[in-house]
Design a protein around this ligand. Structure first.
Ligand code: SDX
Length: 384
């Protein structure tokens, strides 16, 4: 019940600007996304993860020497200390892969002699080490879960190719590599989403970057955020056959369930990343497994129904997570790794925002409008 003195409250900080930034722009009305000014489609068509990470961290595309330098730094850092591999093995089959990623990433700080060095130069070096090693951790989580030993990285491979090599113990096919190149670029950055904001809140206290990134991983895990890619493909598998799609969606909506992979706090039109992923998925159909073709047919029917029912009328459209699942499956990625891969890619956006924010740091400390009682008298327990 609002009282006269009640201030304007924006729950979930909906519509609230907390800072300026030049890292990423999300145009929710027009359905556009820019990384440091470049439209996402130009990067997904032409770039690779090393170049995109450099762009996000430094604010401009690298020249050849700069690209070679970040490529070398990422390659040099990708090997995991034995203690980190032991954590992954110990938690394997006992914990959710996002919990393993969160724990192993946090533990990386014990192996970084610069962890307490808050200089911009050290934070840039730590960012590159974190971006490199989070992918190695995710690959190792997948490799150990499949019963394989730690696959030592191959420094001669690109970032994404090495990820797939460490995951599967074999060089990837051209198709898988190209799919995952796009997925790593597309998931890298998205302005002040919940996990980026969580990263900034942690770093705004001047905690180190490992603490800040650990906070980001924790936030991304939730099904309302990064966990939706796994949840939406589980829904598609539960639907089972394309002809079951409409009845499944209708009854879910009737039961007030949210359909994972749809809707967005900022996009009130088609998520441009969903468009790109959907195009890839359709291009893949001719040489995909029966499962991928079935999931794609279900996804397209679900999209049609959801757009008819909730698109124009409610601003609920497919988001980045909806078509991602079938694409990852086409690349041979197990469902449990969908969100960890999202995190490994988004580490570049998290670090870019953190380095930017620290240039003009301000502790995050919002207010709550207190509605409880005050000045109560303490009552001893035998009188309660
Ligand atoms: C990501 O912020 C980012 O940038 C995030 C992200 C990134 O790259 O970092 O883009 C990645 O997190 C994408 C979103 C992934 N999450 C999901 O797909 C989960 C399903 N989507 C919903 O939970 C929801 O759409 C959110 C959480 C994404 C956004 O929700 P809001 O802005 O908090 O809106 P809301 O939950 O208040 O919904 C408003 C109305 C409600 O109906 P009413 O109660 O008003 O009648 O729309 C309905 C909701 O029930 N609604 C949905 C729906 N999403 C919203 N109804 C059915 N299915 C849905 N998916």
């Amino acid at each position: 019940m609002a009282d006269a003195g009640m201030p304007q409250i924006s729950r979930g900080l909906e519509g609230v600007y907390v800072d300026e930034s030049s890292v990423g722009k999300v145009d929710g009305q027009e359905g556009r996304l820019y990384y440091r000014g470049y439209p996402i489609a130009q990067l997904s068509d032409n770039s690779d993860f090393e170049e995109t990470a450099y762009l996000l961290l430094n604010g401009q595309l690298p020249d050849r020497q700069q690209l070679e330098s970040i490529t070398k730094q990422l390659a040099e850092s990708r090997d995991l200390p034995k203690g980190i591999v032991d954590i992954i093995k110990e938690m394997n089959s006992k914990a959710d892969p996002m919990d393993i990623l969160r724990t192993a990433t946090s533990a990386l700080s014990a192996y970084d002699t610069e962890v307490q060095d808050a200089s911009p130069e050290a934070n840039m070096r730590k960012s590159i080490r974190i971006i490199s090693r989070m992918s190695s951790i995710v690959a190792t989580i997948g490799s150990v879960a499949a019963g394989r030993e730690y696959v030592a990285p191959d420094k001669s491979l690109g970032h994404v190719e090495n990820f797939l090599y460490m995951l599967n113990g074999a060089r990837p096919s051209k198709e898988s590599l190209d799919i995952m190149r796009v997925m790593f670029i597309i998931h890298a950055e998205h302005s002040s989403n919940a996990s980026t904001f969580g990263t900034l809140v942690a770093g705004s206290t001047l905690a180190d970057i490992y603490s800040a990134i650990t906070a980001g991983i924790s936030v991304l895990k939730g099904p309302l955020h990064g966990g939706a890619d796994e949840a939406s493909v589980r829904m598609m598998r539960a639907i089972g056959k394309p002809e079951n799609t409409e009845s499944y969606i209708e009854s879910a909506l009737a039961g007030k369930q949210k359909i994972m992979g749809f809707g967005h706090r900022v996009y009130k039109t088609y998520d441009p990343r969903a468009r790109i992923i959907k195009e890839y998925l359709i291009r893949l159909q001719d040489h995909s497994s029966e499962e991928v073709r079935t999931l794609t047919a279900i996804a397209l029917r679900a999209e049609k129904l959801m757009v008819e029912k909730l698109g124009q009328s409610h601003g609920i459209w497919p988001n980045v997570d909806f078509f991602a699942g079938p694409v990852y499956i086409a690349a041979g990625i197990p469902v449990e790794l969908f969100t960890p891969i999202f995190a490994a890619s988004r580490s570049s956006g998290w670090c870019a925002h953190m380095l930017e924010y620290w240039k003009n740091n301000r502790l995050f400390r919002p207010l709550e409008y207190y509605t409880g009682k005050i000045d109560l008298e303490y009552v001893p327990i035998d009188k309660r």
